[in-house]
Design a protein around this ligand. Sequence first.
Ligand code: AMP
Ligand code: MG
Length: 432
Amino acid sequence: MSSDLPSYEQAAALVAAHARRLARQKKPRTERVPLGNAANRILGAPIAAEDDQPPFARSTRDGYACRAAQASAHKTLPIAGSTHAGQPPAGPLPPGKAWEIMTGAPVPPGADCVVMLEHVERSDSTIRLAPEHKINPGDNIVAKGAQARRGDEQLPPGLRLGPAQIALAASCGYARLDVYVRPRVAILTTGDELVPLEAAPGPGKIRNSNAPMLAALVASAGAEPIVLPTAADTAEALDEALSQALEADILLISGGVSAGKFDLVEPALARLGAQFHFTGVRIQPGKPLVFGEVAGSGLKPYINRPRSEEPSGPASIPIFGLPGNPISSAATFHLFAAPIIATLAGSRETHPRFVLAQLSRDTDRKTKPGLTRFLPAFCQFNPSISELPQVALVPWQGSGDLTAFARSNCFLVIPEDASFLEAGTTVRILLH
Ligand code: AMP
Ligand code: MG
């Protein structure tokens, strides 16, 4: 009965707890990569400031360095010299004078503010702060070391390296960065009906679309996908395939987890001694999702490279049995597999990024309450910063409808206790 199954929130909390435990068992190793290859990797060691940041008191404006008390008294200040960005700091500011300065240039010692060019009345050789303006000490100057002191940790390990982090690393002189070795995620698709991309599907057959989809999802979750040969729907084929799959850090199996006669994945995992954490979740699509783990040692090495773990002993491999319908596979991947991959990849950002949007059309009134739904939808972002993005369901023919899925850019969340949502409601979506 589905009421015995965990809710989305319960299942997500279980996955997160097991992910944290598994991550403690095997700390990711680090490797050093050139800064140019570090985008989207997870930082494996702190980035420290090589010097005070900024390394000198820096002007944030084009204008005149001077003393705030004198400028605010609207005194006429002779211009004693000029510094532009890239020049070394000028000597001390002579008393009662101003110093022409450009954005990014070092402020001469003795000056405690920079008045903006636009705020002064200027003659050939003097300036005066215009009567309608005031200035305070510190204005338009970033003091030496205000961002960070030499040797300070600027970024902790576990951050995903995006453009901002890469820029910071560059500013600190890191030509190479220590990043975590990506976990290896084996992808095992199952099903007698599946033919590879290159083959023309015969009667009753379909192309295997989950293998490339899951490979793309795994890569974008920050892990290394390893696509295994498809297994047929027999106990022997599954046993053989699983024995090869368990050299990875995480195993994703697609198909074979529903209640049908040829849904043989759970028994095959049980024969391997798998421990099951749940074998279904109150969600749609993806209700038959299986989550468990199996000891990862002593099995035939399919993959020749070592697992990304300390050689301190065998650790368990988390396993997801994803329902084979493509949208079920994708939804359960985003909701449950991506968080565990992110955790084992050493990332601090592990949760699905649910965001708010406004529903632009009523949802279908037919859905029965009792399951949290994650339905393909299209979120229209708009240029407004005061209005929410507008989201509407994409009409679909069920969880095998790849046409609808490929026209969507998010999942709309319909809470467990709702049967439909009205246009105008603020809703949660998960971008995919
Ligand atoms: P299953 O979970 O094995 O019962 O499969 C559910 C549905 O998903 C069936 O219609 C399968 O044909 C389809 N399916 C299973 N695996 C794949 C796959 N790798 N690629 C595309 N469709 C699949
Ligand atoms: Mg199947």
